[in-house]
Design a protein around this ligand. Sequence first.
Ligand SMILES: C[S@@+](CC[C@H](N)C(=O)[O-])C[C@H]1O[C@@H](n2cnc3c(N)ncnc32)[C@H](O)[C@@H]1O
Length: 229
Amino acid sequence: MEKDFKIKTFFGRRKGKGMSKAKEDLIATRMADFEIKLPSNGKINFLELFDFTPKKIIFEIGYGDGEHIVNMALKNPDVAFIGTEVFMNGNASILRKIIDNNIKNIRIFPDDVNLLFPFIPDNIFDTIFVLYPDPWPKNRNEERRMINKNNIKLFYNFLKDSGNLFVASDHPVYIPWTLFVMQNQDFFYWNASKSADFTNPPSDWETTRYEQKAITENRKPIYLNFVKK
Ligand SMILES: C[S@@+](CC[C@H](N)C(=O)[O-])C[C@H]1O[C@@H](n2cnc3c(N)ncnc32)[C@H](O)[C@@H]1O
């Protein structure tokens, strides 16, 4: 499938006002051990980033504080996890978790995922997770949503055959938006045959901070699983 990399970034300020000195020090001293660097040419060799041969490679976009990717990585030590998060507070949080748990199977790109997209090879990921993405609910901002016409073509290319794209959200605009984007394409199918398939999380699901917030505030998360045709 033809690729269309439009590198647009929307993040003027990536460091939150409340970032502590301890977090700044952690990033300065330990980020290099886990950070994915962009190559000067060609694509990233994700396999070379790990000292074992992973059974699968899983990609998570916008991991926030990293709860989902860290707990998945702990449960699946033979799987490699690649994560991205643009805000540095989240990156300091995930670094703390990776170090404290001595995790060997996560590598992170601590910046805007749009900068990483051009360097991702085809057919590399088994699964892509987009969990509680920023909703950008106003119609005029719809091009900023992570699930969009252009990105799903990229995700199709990055996924192996029969690979999975998971989108979870509790947002009343984002769920219909995702279904709208996904109904206007023919390279993924929606893996659902009954309501429980999208109202219940998969059996091995690891929760996230935003998911917990949604549940506490009585909003219902929806779990959409699309499979590469
Ligand atoms: C609503 S939060 C959800 C965080 C986490 N997935 C959760 O469920 O708790 C969305 C996250 O996506 C990150 N994000 C948004 N756009 C991004 C981009 N272009 N590249 C990397 N991260 C991004 C934001 O910084 C934010 O942490």
